[in-house]
Design a protein around this ligand. Structure first.
Ligand code: FAD
Length: 641
């Protein structure tokens, strides 16, 4: 596998400008001759599809929901970062770049992160022009708040509904192009395979989820923006539909999968309350602007009502005085796990342990008044109260870390193209900018940067320089790929065992959480690598897919296909986690920690992206490396003290 990151030469702050000039252009009259297949219409795919159509390309866009408006992006709560420095508090493009590389524990590519910081400011202008109702100060200027891993306020937000409002903006832009006939939107349509012609990504095989019809689509390039794979853990804050199928099937066709084990565990989620749950709920990181995290200092107090506990251990403020409650997510999550493991957890006992800490607004309400807190977080407080029956205005929230985001994804170069020519990957589906830990409010920034400001330039270069001529769906590669897709569907729909598919998913999630979750070690990962193939075998022998037909709406069949892919993909994650014998960001290998329990990186061996190449189901994947060099942000031990 050849991994050329295609990082432009020259000073870091000039690379993107220079590159844009060096990129070959497609003239306006020729753009309409090209068809681009976009998988996904969340923030990354929606913004890309709209921008490419605006430029003049013809776009076929696919999503499995009934409307692009229901992509998982709509769930994003807290905000989107941008280096506008509206607060005059010392922010700059360079500082956002620095914070992001450091926050990712030095496992991201500097050039991409710098570009992300540069275009961040444009995103805000673009979204404001679309009418996104960002929060404003009394005088009308846009408001900001802080997120973890930063000492400036650079996060733009729309109460706790930032993703929804941004998606409405992208969706309006997309709809304009649907209306013009430049984007043909295929909702309730699932991409099931990538078609390669002469090694280039030239098509897709999809299934209409309502009629079951299998279709072939030919195009000049493919843009994959299919989101993250956190649901491999079964319980996560992701939308229930989020899955790995699109990117995993591209991996099986030769695309490199980079750093699949890099998972973000978000510190502020509503704790697991029992085995009945199928979903976890995030409480936005923005709450840590005003909420103070604590547990009782004495174990005897852990069962008392919080109001009666006077000796409180504000462990983040004490351990990390510079960043306090706003340390990055990986640090805050591990700290919560540590105090709970030591027996200071609060809340209801589940499986014999109390896995919760307090997030307390008492001081903020006393300082700023209830109205101010309600204005900032009202809808989040309401959501918490609806789920738990407790009002955060009266008693502290109880929170615990949960799976939230996946930094790993398909490998891409500076142009956001994978190692498969023509296959471009955007948003959470690629591995690019967050290294081993994503900073809060940076996913929306990256998805929209990719879609609005990067791919519109770079895809033209691919089309102008590498295009391989016209291909139709009559090409034998389409027939061959379709046959393989149909064979898998037939096998799935004929599974007539007696165990529901969800049972396998839940058991897989448990294995992943126990051995490849917040803390990992070699022994546990080796154990998981025994358990996952056995579970997969059991799935094919005992799973039941009710409904009996693939030629109509069959949600069990959809689920079975996704779980079958998770059962293969989980093994890849564990291989990666076992290989990466260091701790960095969200990847905490218990063997590598210092006396205070902080992560210890091994830059001499692991300062690279681990990019895996498919070798067959159950076969160990082949490792390739993209070496990372840090010319601007010095490799240091991350400290938030
Ligand atoms: C609860 C929650 C809150 C969050 N809050 C924030 C926040 O405040 N700030 C922030 O920066 N980030 C936040 N994030 C992260 C952020 O929301 C996501 O990383 C981001 O929205 C992902 O966007 P995306 O476009 O890459 O993918 P998605 O929004 O997941 O979109 C994926 C698209 O791909 C389509 N798709 C997938 N597979 C297929 C297939 N096989 N065939 C056809 N279509 C397919 C789907 O239909 C969908 O349209 C939050 C995440 C969660 C879970």
């Amino acid at each position: 596998m050849e991994l050329d990151a295609k990082i432009p030469s020259g000073p870091i702050d000039k690379k993107w400008d220079k590159h844009r000039f060096d990129l070959k252009l497609v003239n306006p009259a020729n753009k309409r001759k090209y068809t681009i297949l976009v998988v996904g219409s969340g923030l990354a795919g929606g913004s890309a599809a709209a921008s490419l159509a605006e430029l003049g390309y013809d776009v076929e866009c696919f999503c499995f929901q009934d409307s692009p408006r229901r992509a998982h992006s709509i769930a994003a709560q807290g905000g989107i970062n941008a280096a506008k420095n509206y607060q005059n508090d010392g922010d700059s493009v360079y500082r956002l770049f620095y914070d992001t590389v450091k926050g990712g524990d030095f496992r991201a590519r500097e050039a991409n992160v710098y570009r992300l910081s540069q275009v961040s400011a444009n995103i805000i202008d673009q979204c404001v022009a679309q009418g996104v109702p960002f929060a404003r100060e009394y005088g009308g200027t846009l408001a900001n708040r802080s997120f973890g891993g930063a000492q400036v306020s650079r996060t733009f937000y729309a109460r706790g509904q930032t993703g929804q409002q941004l998606l409405l903006g992208a969706y309006s832009a997309l709809n304009r192009q649907i209306g013009r006939g430049k984007v043909r939107m295929h909702s309730r349509t699932e991409m099931l395979d990538l078609v390669l012609v002469d090694g280039h990504a030239r098509g897709l095989i999809t299934r209409d989820l309502v009629t079951g019809k299998i279709d072939r689509w030919a195009g000049d390039a493919v843009v994959l923006a299919s989101g993250g794979y956190g649901n491999v853990f079964f319980l996560s804050t992701n939308a229930k539909g989020s899955n790995v199928t699109a990117s995993y099937r591209c991996y099986k066709r030769g695309a490199g999968f980079a750093n699949p084990c890099f998972t973000q565990i978000h510190p502020t989620c509503i704790p697991v309350s029992g085995g009945h749950q199928s979903k976890l709920t995030l409480m936005s990181e923005s709450l840590r602007n005003d909420g103070r995290v604590w547990v009782p200092r004495n174990k005897a107090d852990t069962t008392k009502p919080p109001g009666q506990v006077t000796d409180r251990y504000y462990y983040l403020e004490e351990r990390y005085p510079s960043f306090g409650n706003l340390v990055p997510r990986d640090v805050a999550s591990r700290a919560a796990k540590k105090v709970c493991d030591e027996g200071y957890g609060v809340g209801t006992e589940v499986d014999g342990v109390r896995n919760a800490v307090y997030l307390d607004f008492e001081d903020a309400i006393r300082r700023d008044g209830r109205k101010a807190i309600e204005d900032r977080y009202g809808n989040l407080f309401d959501m918490y109260e609806r789920i738990t029956g407790e009002s955060p205005y009266e008693v502290p929230m109880r929170i615990y870390p949960a799976v939230h985001y996946t930094m790993g994804g398909l490998w891409v170069d500076y142009n956001l193209m994978s190692n498969v020519p023509g296959l471009h990957v955007l948003g959470e589906a690629n591995f690019s900018d967050h290294g081993a830990n994503r900073l809060g409010a940076s996913a929306l920034m990256q998805g929209l940067a990719d879609g609005y400001f990067v791919i519109p330039y770079t895809i033209g270069h691919y089309l102008a320089t590498q295009h391989t001529g016209e291909v139709t769906t009559e090409h034998p590669a389409f027939g061959q790929t379709q046959q393989e897709v149909e064979a898998r569907i037939t096998t799935l729909v004929n599974l007539q065992g007696d165990v529901p598919v969800d049972d396998f998913h839940r058991r897989l999630g448990r294995i992943m959480w126990d051995y490849c979750g917040m803390a990992r070690n070699a022994q546990g990962l080796e154990h998981a690598l025994q358990e996952i193939p056995a579970l997969r075998e059991e799935f094919w022998a005992k799973a039941r897919v009710p409904g009996g037909s693939a030629s109509e709406l069959n949600p069990w069949l959809e689920k079975a296909g996704r779980v079958a892919d998770f059962l293969e993909f989980a093994e890849l994650m564990c291989h990666d986690a076992l290989y990466r014998d260091e701790s960095c960001g969200g990847h905490f290998r218990e063997e590598h920690q210092n006396a205070e329990g902080e992560a210890v990186r091994r830059d001499d061996i692991f300062a690279h992206g681990a990019v895996w190449e498919y070798q067959g189901v159950g076969q160990a994947p082949k490792l390739n490396k993209e070496e990372l060099s840090f010319e601007h942000v010095k490799l240091t031990t991350r400290s938030y003290k």
